[in-house]
Design a binder for this molecule. Structure first.
Ligand code: ADP
Ligand code: ADP
Ligand code: MG
Length: 505
C-alpha cells in the first residue's frame, strides 16, 4: 500500500479522498493554495502542503506546481478528484514521470476519451450506439449547415473539449446556425483552450443515464450500475439517483453492457463514467468522464463499495478488480448537490461566509462536505458546498428520507439549493420517477418562502404534509392507460420555497 497520498483538489472531494486515506492507514496530504479562504478540507489531512503561487485559482490548475508540491510532500500517490487537472492527460503523465502513482485512468485513455469526437468514434467502432452526429471537428458554418440538414433540426453544436455543462448551443433553425457557430467557437476557445466544435442531433426530452465503471487498465472492466442524472439546470446535474426509475430492464442491460464494452476498448483504468442519453426506448452514447464523478456516492450507497478505496488499492496493486458477481445493487440512493446558489435567480452563485451549518443525520443519511460554520464559500471556485446522499430499501422510502434529511439540514449565511431540492424531490414528476432533462426547466422557480414557515418547526410540519401528499400521489399505480403526471408539479398546501426558512435571506 502507498505511504502518502497527495490530494490535488479542495472542498468536498478533497475531504472525501482524505477520509478514505485515513481509513486505509495511508497518510493524507491536503493541498493548500495561498488565498483560498474556503479551504475547509485541510482539517481532514495528516499533513498540509502549500501549492506554489499567489493566485488560488491558478494554483490548483498549475500542473507543474502541483507535481512539485506532491514531490515536496514525499507523496507516492496522487488523487486528482474531479474538475481542475483531473482530466488532463499531460498532468497525469507528469505525475507518473515523477514516480508518483496517479489514481485515475491511463494518460493515453484520458487523451482519447477527453476529445468527445474521438470518444464518439471509439464508441461506434465498439458497436455502441451514439447520438447521431459527427466524429470530426466542424470546419466551417457551411459544413455545419449541410450536416444539420441531414440530421434534421433541432441540433446541438458542442465543444469537442467541453465539460461541466458548458460549450453546448442549441440551434432550432438554419437561420440561427452561423451566429451560434461563431459564438460557440469563441466560447469554447476561451473556456477550454480549443474552439473545435462538433454537431449532434438534439434529442428532445431525453433522460441522462450514466454507468459507473471501474477498470484494471488491461481491458477488464466491471460496472457499478447506473445513475439517472436527468434533473439538470443549464445542462448541469442537480440531483442524481440509482437505480434509474422506470427503466426497461432490457434497456438497462444494454446500457450496462455497452458501457463496459466501451471502457474495456479504451483499456480503462480506475473509476470513470460512461454517459448516455435515453430517448424513445433507445440509448445513445454521449461521452466518457475519465475521472471520479461528483455523484459517485450514489453508486457507493447502492453497492456498498467504497470506490475511492477500491481505486487506491487497485493502483497500489493491493487487490484485483472485483468480479461482476461481487458488485450487487441493493435498495435505492438519491443525492442532492447542495450548491451556494439562489434558485430564484437562475441558480446564480451566492458566495459568502457560512454562519450556521447543522447537518442531517439518522438512518441512511450521508453528507460529503468540507464546510462548517465559519467556512467561506469562495467566489473563485465551484459553488458546491455539500452532497446530501440518502439510501433506503425502496425508491419511495429513499425519496421520503431525502425530504426528511433536507428538513434537518440548516445552513445560514449563504443561500443554497436546499429549498429547490425540497421542491424538486416533492414534485410530481420526480415522485413518479417520470422526468427528463427538460423537467427542471418545466418546474420553474420555486416561489419565495412563506413568512410563517421561517422557523424549523413550521417547516417540519410543511414538509410532513408534502411527504404525505406526494407519497399518496406517487404510490398508487398509474392508470392502465398510463396518463403522465401533470405539470406544473406542485399542488396542495405545500409552498415549495418553505425550506428557505433555514436560510438567512
Ligand atoms: P459530474 O457528472 O462529475 O458532475 P460535470 O461535467 O458536472 O461532471 O463536472 C464536474 C465538475 O468538474 C463541474 O463542477 C465542473 O466545474 C468541472 N468540470 C468538468 N469538466 C470541465 C472542463 N472541461 N472544464 C472546466 N471544468 C470542468
Ligand atoms: P458535458 O461534457 O458538459 O457534461 P455532455 O455532452 O455530457 O456535456 O452534455 C451535458 C448535458 O447536455 C446532457 O446531460 C444533456 O442534458 C445535454 N445534452 C448534450 N447533448 C445533447 C443532445 N444531443 N440532445 C439533448 N441534450 C443534450
Ligand atoms: Mg457530461
Amino acid at each position: 500500500m502507498f505511504e502518502r497520498l497527495f490530494v490535488a483538489n479542495r472542498g468536498e472531494i478533497a475531504a472525501r479522498v482524505l477520509r478514505a486515506a485515513r481509513e486505509m492507514g495511508v497518510e493524507g496530504v491536503a493541498a493548500a493554495a495561498r488565498g483560498d479562504g474556503g479551504a475547509g478540507h485541510l482539517r481532514f489531512a495528516d499533513r498540509v502542503q502549500a501549492l506554489p503561487g499567489d493566485d488560488p485559482r491558478a494554483a490548483y490548475l498549475d500542473a507543474r506546481g502541483v507535481v512539485e508540491a506532491a514531490r515536496a510532500a514525499g507523496a507516492d500517490a496522487l488523487h486528482p478528484g474531479y474538475g481542475f487537472l483531473s482530466e488532463s492527460p499531460e498532468f497525469a503523465q507528469l505525475v507518473e514521470d515523477a514516480g508518483i502513482a496517479f489514481i485515475g485512468p491511463r494518460p493515453d485513455t484520458m487523451a482519447a476519451f477527453g476529445v468527445k469526437t474521438v470518444a464518439r468514434r471509439m464508441a461506434r467502432e465498439a458497436g455502441v450506439p451514439t447520438v447521431p452526429g459527427t466524429e470530426e471537428p466542424l470546419a466551417t458554418p457551411d459544413e455545419a449547415l449541410a450536416l444539420a440538414e441531414g440530421l434534421g433540426y433541432p441540433v446541438a453544436l458542442k465543444a469537442s473539449y467541453g465539460g461541466g455543462g458548458r460549450g453546448i448551443r442549441v440551434v432550432r433553425e438554419p437561420g440561427e446556425l452561423p451566429a451560434a457557430f461563431a459564438a460557440a467557437t469563441r466560447e469554447a476557445a476561451q473556456a477550454f483552450g480549443r474552439g473545435d466544435l462538433y454537431i449532434e442531433k438534439l434529442l428532445e426530452r431525453p433522460r441522462h443515464i450514466e454507468v459507473q465503471v471501474v477498470g484494471d487498465g488491461h481491458g477488464r472492466v466491471v460496472h457499478f450500475f447506473e445513475r439517472d442524472c436527468s434533473m439538470q439546470r443549464r445542462n448541469q446535474k442537480l440531483l442524481e439517483e440509482s437505480p434509474a426509475p422506470n427503466l426497461d430492464p432490457a434497456l438497462r442491460e444494454r446500457l450496462l453492457a455497452d458501457a463496459v464494452t466501451l471502457a474495456a476498448a479504451g483499456r480503462y483504468r480506475s473509476a470513470g463514467t460512461v454517459e448516455f442519453l435515453v430517448a424513445g426506448g433507445s440509448h445513445y452514447f454521449m461521452e466518457v468522464n475519465a475521472r471520479l464523478q461528483v455523484e459517485h456516492p450514489v453508486s457507493e450507497m447502492v453497492t456498498g463499495w467504497d470506490l475511492v478505496r477500491l481505486t487506491v488499492e487497485l493502483a497500489a496493486g493491493d487487490r484485483a478488480l472485483p468480479d461482476p458477481a461481487e458488485v450487487v445493487a441493493r435498495g435505492h440512493a438519491v443525492e442532492c448537490r447542495v450548491n451556494a446558489e439562489d434558485p430564484r435567480q437562475g441558480f446564480l452563485p451566492t458566495p459568502g461566509q457560512i454562519t450556521r451549518f447543522v447537518l442531517p443525520a439518522g438512518p441512511g443519511v450521508r453528507v460529503d462536505t468540507a464546510a462548517a460554520a465559519g467556512t467561506t464559500v469562495s467566489p473563485h471556485f465551484d459553488s458546491l458546498v455539500a452532497k446530501l446522499v440518502v439510501h433506503a430499501p425502496s425508491r419511495e422510502e429513499s425519496r421520503r428520507r431525502m425530504l426528511r434529511a433536507i428538513g434537518e439540514f440548516s445552513v445560514g449565511g449563504v443561500m443554497t439549493t436546499l429549498p429547490y431540492h425540497a421542491f424538486a424531490v416533492a414534485s410530481t414528476p420526480f415522485a413518479a420517477g417520470e422526468y427528463s432533462t427538460a423537467t427542471v426547466g418545466e418546474l420553474g422557480a420555486p416561489p419565495p418562502p412563506p413568512r410563517e414557515a421561517r422557523d424549523a418547526a413550521a417547516l417540519a410540519a410543511v414538509l410532513a404534509e408534502v411527504m404525505g401528499e406526494a407519497g399518496r400521489r406517487a404510490t398508487p399505480a398509474r392508470p392502465a392507460g398510463g396518463r403522465r403526471p401533470r405539470h406544473p408539479a406542485m399542488r396542495g398546501p405545500y409552498r415549495p420555497g418553505a425550506s428557505g426558512a433555514f436560510h438567512e435571506l
